[in-house]
Design a protein around this ligand. Structure first.
Ligand code: DGL
Length: 284
C-alpha cells in the first residue's frame, strides 16, 4: 500500500465513489445513512476486520491503520473519505485531513453538533452532555473538545464502555447481561443528570432501545450517523463533487479478513443482506 503522499494529484470525478471506512462492521450504520440521504452516490466501504477492535489500541497504531486504508481508498479513486469509526476519527482525522487531496469527514464533530446544536426547548441553557465511546475515543478527549468549541458552558460527563462492542457483535442487543453492564456504565451519567448522551461509537446505536430504558426516555440519545451523512453531502457540494445521478450508484464492500462473518453481522447493521464482500490484504 502506497502512502497518501505518493498518490497522484489527479482530481477525482463527481461519479467516483465515496470511501467509507471503519475498524469493522459497525461503520455500516454510517454507510447506511449515507446511502439513504445520498442515494445517487456510490460507496466503497472498507471494514478492517483483521485488526478490529481499534478501541483499546494506541493512537499511533490507529493512525497507521487509518493511513493505510486511506491510501487504499485513494488508489481506488474515491472522491472523499468518510471516517465512520469514532476511534479512528478521534486519533487520525487531523492527519488524514492534512495528507489527503480529497475532502475528509469524521463522525465526532457532526455528533457534537447534533448534541449541542439543537433548539430543543426542554433543555436548559447549561447543557449536561454524557459522552460514551471506546477507551481510545474517551481518552483522546476529542468529543470534549468538539462539544466545548460549540458550547463552552456545557457540562460533559465522559464514560468509556468497552464491553458494549463485543456484546453488540454477539448480537446481545436486548440481553439481560447487556442491561446489567449498561446500568453499571451509565450510573455516573444518571447521577450527573445528563440531558443528552452522545452514542460515540459505531456500535452503540444498536443498543439505543436498551440505553433509553436504562437512562429514561427524557434523555436525548445522539447518533452521529445522520449528521455525518449530512456533513458529507455538504462537503461534496462545496467541492463541486456531487454525483449527477446519470450512472447507477455502486456499492462495494471490502474487508481485511473473515468476509463471510462480516456479511452475516452486516445484515444487522444494514437491515438487508450483502450480496458480495471482497477481501483485501493490508500490511499488518
Ligand atoms: N468502530 C469503533 C468506534 O466507533 C468501535 C469498534 C472498535 O473498537 O474498533 O469507536
Amino acid at each position: 500500500v502506497r502512502l497518501p503522499a505518493d498518490q497522484g494529484a489527479a482530481r477525482p470525478s463527481a461519479s467516483a465513489p465515496i470511501g467509507v471506512f471503519d475498524s469493522g462492521v459497525g461503520g455500516l450504520t454510517v454507510a447506511r445513512e449515507l446511502m439513504r440521504q445520498l442515494p445517487r452516490e456510490s460507496v466503497l466501504y472498507v471494514g478492517d476486520t483483521a485488526r478490529v477492535p481499534y478501541g483499546p489500541k494506541s493512537p499511533d497504531t490507529v493512525r497507521r491503520y487509518s493511513r493505510e486504508i486511506a491510501a487504499y481508498l485513494l488508489g481506488e479513486g474515491v472522491k472523499a473519505v468518510v471516517v465512520a469509526c469514532n476511534t479512528a476519527t478521534a486519533h487520525a482525522l487531523d492527519v488524514l485531513r492534512s495528507e489527503l487531496p480529497v475532502p475528509v469527514v469524521g463522525v465526532v464533530e457532526p455528533g457534537a453538533r447534533a448534541a449541542v446544536g439543537s433548539q430543543d426547548p426542554r433543555l436548559s441553557s447549561a447543557r449536561r452532555v454524557g459522552v460514551i465511546g471506546t477507551v481510545g475515543t474517551i481518552r483522546s478527549g476529542a468529543y470534549d473538545r468538539a462539544i466545548r468549541a460549540l458550547d463552552p458552558t456545557a457540562v460533559i460527563v465522559a464514560q468509556p464502555c468497552p464491553l458494549f462492542v463485543p456484546l453488540v457483535e454477539e448480537g446481545w442487543l436486548d440481553h439481560e447481561a447487556t442491561e446489567l453492564v449498561a446500568r453499571e456504565y451509565l450510573a455516573p451519567l444518571r447521577e450527573q443528570r445528563v440531558d443528552t448522551i452522545v452514542l460515540g461509537c459505531t456500535h452503540y446505536p444498536l443498543l439505543r432501545p436498551l440505553i433509553a430504558r436504562v437512562v429514561g426516555q427524557d434523555v436525548r440519545l445522539i447518533d452521529s450517523a445522520h449528521e455525518t451523512a449530512a456533513a458529507t453531502g455538504r462537503a461534496l457540494a462545496e467541492a463541486g463533487l456531487t454525483a449527477s445521478g446519470e450512472r447507477l450508484a455502486q456499492r462495494r464492500y471490502v474487508v481485511t479478513d473473515a468476509a463471510e462473518q462480516f456479511a452475516r453481522v452486516a445484515a444487522h447493521f444494514l437491515g438487508a443482506p450483502l450480496e458480495h464482500v471482497e477481501t483485501l490484504a493490508l500490511a499488518g
